[in-house]
Design a protein around this ligand. Sequence first.
Ligand SMILES: O=P(O)(O)OC[C@H](O)CO
Length: 463
Amino acid sequence: MRAKLLKIPLAILFLYFIFILIATTLLIKSPVKNEVNLNQIPSYAIKEQHFDQAQLLEDGFTSGQARLKIIEEAKKTIHIAYYKFYEEETTDLMIGAMFKAADRGVNVRFMLDAMTNYLNRDLKRALAAHPNIELKVYEPFQPLRPGTWQNRLHDKLLIVDEQFVITGGRNLGDKYLAESKMDNFVLDRDVLLYRPNIEDSSVIQHIDQYFLTLWDSPFSKQYKPKLSENDKTKEPKREYMTYYDEMNTFQTVFSNPEFDWDKYTIKVDQTRFLANPIERGKKEPIIFTGLNELFKQAQSSIQIQTPYVIPTKEMKSHTAILPNSEVETDIITNSLNSTPNMLAFSGYLNKKGELIKEANRVYEYEGAFSVHGKSILIDDYTSVIGSFNFDSRSTFINTESIVIIEGKEFAEMLQLAFDDIIKESHLVSENGIMKQPAPTKSAGKELFLNILSKLTVPIQSLL
Ligand SMILES: O=P(O)(O)OC[C@H](O)CO
């Protein structure tokens, strides 16, 4: 009898598994519209000159300080969209600063991916209960609609008063922003865009417009605490604000940053913005197509730094990933020793042979942490910084956004940042020829990743 009873939930579980498998296969196999018309995207096919200034935020701690400072200086609006949010020291300070801003009348719109944020329920309630703060989560988990599970918000955007933007590879948490580098610290990269004169035309207007489209999309759901629970919301808010005030009193460096934005940022020739479409399922590969357009125009060099590189057949069918042989191409990514993302690295292992043939040089980072920056440098002039990883998830599945910056001085800063990563990297191959491999620090990890790389082949477009 008991065995019979057990069969029913097992059968349901099995059917559920089959259901998920079918939905996932349908997503992987579904076709993508081929035509992306970049000329119809105003933020990319610009007709006007933008007057933005920019600064590369290579150091995580400085990038955190800059975030805090622009929140502290906010006068009208703070718009936030992030993939991951960890409640830790750096982010507690940002929350404290956000409450302060909301108290002085700033309108705060705070959006996180529904499945990858770690906000606790009390904080969610406290945020949503504030009259000047709105909290949304993107695409909440729907157990009976597996087709929605992959629709993840992967952007990393902080926009203040249509005057400042910080975007790039960093999510919000200590492993990206803290001063002392813990074991899981990641070397990452953001860009700060600054509009010195609010009357001047700026790419920040386009980025803010994209944020508002994301915010108003049917996938973004308002978090509304029940009214009866409102009395529970005061305590967390007080805690965050007290912590923030204490840190200010003790003059800690994180919460007392000094920035003179006019001097801190540099002039650039032009700024552009691209984002993937906001829709479920396979998206038109807008960013990928835009990058390939830039690659086609390259004269001498393309350097790509990405934490994960999995160029699937479907990506290649849309357009060539790497251009002709006259352009020198470098790829800088994580090594087996440094990668914290086993699934993504298993996909890279499958594609490594192809990459070695296509790129002039492949480097793998072998330093103490891992690399997480997502940036491209073309012809020592065009820099690309954003959330886009060089894989199929970023090409077809996730929401993503990038900033394209043209200018020699900014490109020089990015080149120095690449050089620093390369100094701690191992040259895996040059012009198709493999070099002596770097020693593996863990034979167990190597064996595991090699086995995993065989198992993940059917789902490489979702890694
Ligand atoms: O590490 P992130 O923030 O680039 O996220 C990686 C995930 O695979 C999302 O596609």
